[in-house]
Design a protein around this ligand. Structure first.
Ligand code: HEM
Length: 383
C-alpha cells in the first residue's frame, strides 16, 4: 500500500507511537537489508538501544555510552561534525580524489562507475581518515565494493542473497578500516544514497550554464554561506541540490510494517487472531512531484527553490530525508557534502581540461546509466 498525499505521509511518519514501536515497524520493513548485508544498525534493528547509540553518536549531542560499539561511535561522530571535517577540508579531499581517479581512467569510462569510486573514496579519506589504511585502497577494490553493494541491494529486492559476494566486499572493507567490526553498518547509510545524488547532480549540472559558475564559486569558497548564496537570476548550490533531491529522491519510498486489527466483533474478542502485518510505504517521489509544484513539476528547475518563489506548501513536501523522529540525521550535511564532491568533479571536466561527459538518454538511479560516460578529449582527437 502506498501513501501519496502530504497529510497521509506526515501522519504516517510521525505516528503517535513510542520511538520503540516506530523502530520496530521500520526494522520489519527493512529486514531484507539485514539479511543482504548482515548489518544490525538502526535501519534494520528495532532495539531502541541500537537506535539511540547510533543517532546519539551521529549528532554528538549526548554522552557516548562506554559500552557502545566503538566502531560506530567513531565513525558517526566524524561523519557530520563540522569541527572535525569542515567543508573546506572536504573540498580539498574531493579535489585530490577526483584528480586521482580521472588520471586513472582509460579513454572512456562509465560515469556511474567513476562517481561511485570517487564518492566512497572521499568518504573513506574524509569522514574516516583517522582510521583508514589508505595504502590498502586500489581502484579494483573500490569497484568490487561499490558494484558489490549495488548488486547485493538490487538482489535483496527479490530476496536473493549472495553471502559469497558479501564476504568479498567485507574483506576489502576490513582491509581499509582494520579497526572496525562491521564497516558496512556506516558505509551503507553514508555512501549508498550519497553516490546517487552526486551522479545525478553531475549529469544535470555538466552542461548547465548557470550551474557551472555556482559550483565553481562553491569550490573556491567551500562554506555553508557560499553553498546557500543565490547567484543573480539563477540559483544557489543548495537550490540545485534540493531540486535533485526533489525530482530524484534516493529513498523513493519510506516503508514501515504495521499491525492492522480487524474492527469486527470477533476481532475485538480475539485480537490476536484477527490482526495482520501490512507493509505501507510513504511515496516520497510521488509527493515531491505532485500538483503543488505546478505544471512544471516534472522539470528540473533549481530556481524554483528561491525563497521568494517556493511556497510553504511546496517546502513541506520536500521529504527526501523523511520526517518525524526517524528523520535522517545527516539531513543538512549530506546535500552540502554531495555539492562539494559535485563541484570538484565539474571543475575538472571540460574540453580544455582533457575530459568531457557524454550524456545518456535518461538520468539513472542505482542502475540505468547507459550511455553516460567520461571521455578523454585527447583520445577523441586521435580517433
Ligand atoms: C543525500 C543523502 C541521504 C539521503 C537522501 C538520506 C535519506 C534518509 C532517509 C529517508 C532516512 C529516514 C528513513 C526512515 O524514516 O525510515 C534516513 C535515516 C538516516 N540516515 Fe540518511 N540519507 C542520506 C545521507 C546520510 C548520511 C551521509 C548519513 C551518515 C551520517 C546518514 C545517516 C542516517 C541515519 C543514522 C539515519 C537514521 C536516523 C534515525 O533512525 O533516527 N544519511 N536517511
Amino acid at each position: 500500500m502506498k501513501l501519496t498525499s502530504l497529510e497521509e505521509i506526515e501522519t504516517f511518519l510521525s505516528p503517535p507511537h513510542s520511538i520503540a514501536a516506530q523502530l520496530a515497524s521500520r526494522a520489519m520493513a527493512n529486514s531484507r537489508l539485514k539479511d543482504a548485508f548482515n548489518i544490525n544498525s538502526t535501519f534494520v534493528n528495532g532495539n531502541i538501544d541500537v537506535h539511540s547509540i547510533f543517532t546519539k553518536q551521529v549528532l554528538q549531542q549526548l554522552p557516548i555510552d562506554d559500552t557502545a560499539d566503538i566502531m560506530l561511535t567513531r565513525h558517526a561522530i566524524q561523519l557530520i561534525s563540522p569541527r572535525k571535517l569542515p567543508l573546506c577540508r572536504l573540498a580539498d579531499i574531493a579535489k585530490e580524489t577526483v584528480a586521482l581517479h580521472l588520471n586513472n581512467i582509460p579513454a572512456v569510462a562509465s560515469l556511474d562507475k567513476v562517481v561511485r569510486r570517487i564518492t566512497i573514496h572521499v568518504i573513506l579519506l574524509g569522514l574516516l581518515r583517522d582510521y583508514v589504511d589508505d595504502s590498502a585502497i586500489s581502484t579494483d577494490d573500490l569497484d568490487l565494493v561499490t558494484n558489490g553493494i549495488n548488486e547485493l541491494w538490487t538482489l535483496s529486492k527479490s530476496s536473493t542473497y549472495r553471502p559469497d559476494l558479501l564476504k568479498e566486499v567485507n574483506e576489502r572493507l576490513r582491509c581499509w578500516l582494520p579497526g572496525y567490526g562491521n564497516p558496512l553498518e556506516i558505509i551503507i547509510p553514508a555512501y549508498e544514497t550519497l553516490w546517487r545524488v552526486v551522479a545525478i547532480a553531475v549529469s544535470l549540472g555538466h552542461d548547465n550554464r548557470h550551474a557551472l559558475p555556482v559550483f565553481g564559486a562553491l569550490l573556491k569558497q567551500p562554506t555553508v554561506e557560499q553553498y546557500r548564496e543565490f547567484a543573480n537570476e539563477s540559483f544557489s548550490a543548495d537550490a540545485f541540490m534540493q531540486e535533485v533531491l526533489r525530482l530524484y529522491p534516493p529513498t523513493r519510498r519510506i516503508s514501515r510494517v504495521v499491525t492492522v486489527s480487524s474492527s469486527s466483533i470477533l476481532g475485538k474478542i480475539f485480537p490476536q487472531l484477527f490482526t495482520r502485518k501490512v507493509a505501507i510505504a510513504a511515496d516520497v517521489e510521488a509527493l515531491q512531484r505532485a500538483d503543488v509544484w505546478a505544471d512544471s513539476r516534472g522539470e528540473f528547475d533549481p530556481a524554483r527553490h528561491h525563497p521568494q518563489r517556493c511556497t510553504e506548501q511546496q517546502r513541506k513536501t520536500l521529504l527526501a530525508f523523511g520526517a518525524g523522529k526517524l528523520t535522517c540525521v545527516a539531513k543538512n550535511w549530506a546535500p552540502q557534502a554531495a555539492a562539494v564532491i559535485v563541484a570538484a568533479i565539474l571543475d575538472q571536466i571540460g574540453d580544455e581540461k582533457g575530459f568531457i561527459i557524454e550524456a545518456g538518454r535518461v538520468v539513472g538511479g542505482r542502475e540505468g546509466w547507459d550511455g553516460w560516460a567520461i571521455r578523454r578529449t585527447n583520445d577523441l582527437l586521435l580517433t
